[in-house]
Every structure is written in C-alpha cells, then in structure tokens.
Design a protein around this ligand. Sequence first.
Ligand SMILES: Cc1cc2nc3c(=O)[nH]c(=O)nc-3n(C[C@H](O)[C@H](O)[C@H](O)COP(=O)(O)OP(=O)(O)OC[C@H]3O[C@@H](n4cnc5c(N)ncnc54)[C@H](O)[C@@H]3O)c2cc1C
Length: 399
Amino acid sequence: MSNADAADATRTHRILVIGGGNAGLSVAGRLRRAGITDIAVIDPNETHYYKPLFSHVAGGTARASEARRPQRDVMPKGVEWIQDTVIKVDPKAHEVKLAAGGTVGYEQLVVCPGIQNRWDGIPGLADAIRTPAVASNYEFDLAIKASALLREVREGTVVFVQAQGPASCAGAAQKPMYQACAYWRAKGVLDDIRVVMLVPDPTIFGIPEIDAELERKIAEYGVELHTEAELVSVDGNLRTVTYGADREQITYDVLLVEPPQSAPSWIADSGLAQAASGFADVDVRTLRSPMHPDVWALGDAAATTNSKSGGALRKQVKVLVENLLAVLDGREPTARYDGYGVCPFTVSRSTAVFAEFDDARRMAPTLWRTSYRESRRNWFIDRWMFPQVYWHGILQGRA
Ligand SMILES: Cc1cc2nc3c(=O)[nH]c(=O)nc-3n(C[C@H](O)[C@H](O)[C@H](O)COP(=O)(O)OP(=O)(O)OC[C@H]3O[C@@H](n4cnc5c(N)ncnc54)[C@H](O)[C@@H]3O)c2cc1C
C-alpha cells in the first residue's frame, strides 16, 4: 500500500501490528500459520535489519549486506504491509493514526515499534557522533563506520561505552571491543593501544558466572574496565568523554558509544504506556494490556521486566500468539512468559559466551547448561546459525 493509499485508508483489520521488526513479523507470521487471516503490519522502512549482526559488522567479522534485507522479501506470506508510520493510537475507538494522514481500524492490536536511540540524551553526543573518530554498533551505517575505524587503529586510546538502561541488548556495546582486541592482538599492536570499557553497573554484567567469564577476557586483552562509569558528556572537538560520579575524563582517539534509549513517545501520548517507563504497559506474563484488553505488546517497546533481546522474543512471540488465539476463540489467555532474555557476547573472533538469564537475573540456560562458557560452538551458533534461523524461520513464524 502506498502512502497515498494509506491516506485514504479506513479499513479495519482483524489483527493490526505496529512495527515490522523482529517482534512484528514473527507474531504476524505465526498467527498466519495458525490460520488467522486479515493481518496487517504497519512499518515505514523499506529495509529490515537483523540487529545482532551489527556487532559483528562493527567488529569486522560480518559484511554489512548480511545484516539487511528488503522488507518486502521478509514479510510473511498472506500478511498485508502498510508502509507508513504510526503517530498515535486511539484505543477507545480501536483506531491507529498514520503519518500519511489516514487511519486504520483494528479488532486486536499488537504494539511492537522497538526502542529509540537517543543521541540527544547525553550532552555533546549528537554532535560527536558526526565526527570522524566516533561510531557505534547501534545503527547500521555507524556499524560500518565503526568497522573501518577499528581496523585502522595501531596505537592510541580507544574507548567503548555501554549505556545505562533501558537498552536493547545492553551488553552489545562490549562485543566489538572483544573482537577488535583479538584483531589487534593478531596484528601485534594490542600492547600499543589503551583499550577502555565504561559500564554503568557495579560489575561487567551482573551475574557471577558470566562476570567471571567476561573478566577473564578483559584481563587477557588488558582492557581497562571502569564500572559504575555512566557517560556524562562527550566533547567531539577535544575528543574527551566525561563519566561517573567524580566526572573523570579520558581523551580518546576512537570512541564507540551505545546511545541512551527510550520508548517511542506516541505510546504515552496514546495512553498505552506504563507511567514510570513510557514503554507499552502489559501484564508481564500474558503480554496483554491491563487497560485495553484488545491491545498487546512485546519486544523492545513493551514494559516487560526481562532484558530486551531477540532471544526474549523467541519466547514472548509464542506466549502472545497462544494468548491472542485463545482470546479470538473466546477463551482466557493462560500462556505465561517466564522473563527469559539472552545476550551473546562475542569474546574473540571465533568464540562467544551466551548470557542466558531470567528477569530476576538468575542463570536460565536453554541451549545447554554451560552455554555461559566461552566456546567456538557458541560462536558458530551466534555468527552463522542464528542469522539463517532469523531470516528463514523466525520472521516467518516458524521458529
Ligand atoms: C547492536 C545490537 C545488537 C543486538 N544483539 C543482539 C543479540 O546478539 N541477541 C539478541 O537476542 N538480541 C540482540 N539485540 C536486540 C534485538 O535486536 C532486539 O531486541 C529486537 O530487534 C527487538 O525487536 P522489536 O521488533 O521489538 O524491535 P525492532 O526489531 O527494532 O523493530 C521495530 C520496528 O518497528 C518499526 N517502527 C518504529 N516506529 C514505528 C512507527 N511509529 N510506526 C510503524 N512502525 C514503526 C521500525 O521500523 C522497526 O522495523 C541487539 C540489538 C542491537 C541494537
């Protein structure tokens, strides 16, 4: 549907999904496979990204082209794509307003527009990210920039920054660092580079087994780790970052930053948000809105208690679809999401650590009991298997 058509739209869909990312296409595909018809997904973007590969792109272990596909090629068969941007929802009228000017009605609404990068959230960061020495693995173009920057370094100071949450796969800021260190070591220049990692928390991750595994790699590469080191400001001209309660400063030659992130503001403007966070309010187990029973939410935009990740969606999608099918069938939603999340840490250019944990930050391995230990098998799964499962299974609602 073109923007012009959308402007005239007055149609009502049985299922309307806001956001055609990991969550939206998985839910739409799974509902379609369960025999549900009249499903539409609203998303403005021509391109669909597999974000976990952004870290590999930045770290120099994947080509950028592997992380994206045309949205029309991955839209599940039998699902309508409305190429537009949602600007507001009227949950009482069961209507969604589009940027192009039209409205679309729904019987059941699934809200999953993801999380927003807020480059304006740290003083100086929005200007600094446009300077030649600053990049990120949190956006496609910036991951390409990061890859080129890290490849060229032979000496000097390289600073990596992990944002204070809420964040999409918060630990992802660390991944290009380990990969770059392995590369610099192979080139024989690691000892000439001061590598600094700033994390906002008291430890590198927050679960003892995983902390131990990551700290071992931090020591092996000689990384200078600063904990409780929240980014305060960046000066792109002077190439300095200020961080932590004591406002310490470091001058960098290259800086990789994970930006602060927040919920899209129209969720709160539509009366769908949990007041404290701005993310879409849901029962964290059933993923149904407590205020509007015909509204559901999942993924990075939902006010769930898990760590936001694609791995969490593997479980959320199944729960939401099972519950939505029950409601369509006149039954109570009884499926429960257990709060599972995952962060695969690429700790070299051929090994990875899987941090699998629940919303009480307890270890919750699903792959195998020792998936938190560094291994080549983990790398193979993260680098090679998951992307294929994503493009061919998850987005079609098959996995
Ligand atoms: C750098 C990085 C590395 C990551 N690594 C991992 C990893 O290794 N493992 C893992 O499990 N997870 C990882 N994640 C997290 C994972 O990518 C996200 O949790 C997942 O993509 C969330 O899916 P989503 O559908 O909620 O949001 P997204 O996939 O971001 O999709 C949101 C969609 O909504 C659309 N949209 C936005 N606003 C609107 C609007 N107003 N109207 C209509 N459409 C809209 C967007 O165009 C987008 O297509 C990583 C994330 C990042 C950023």
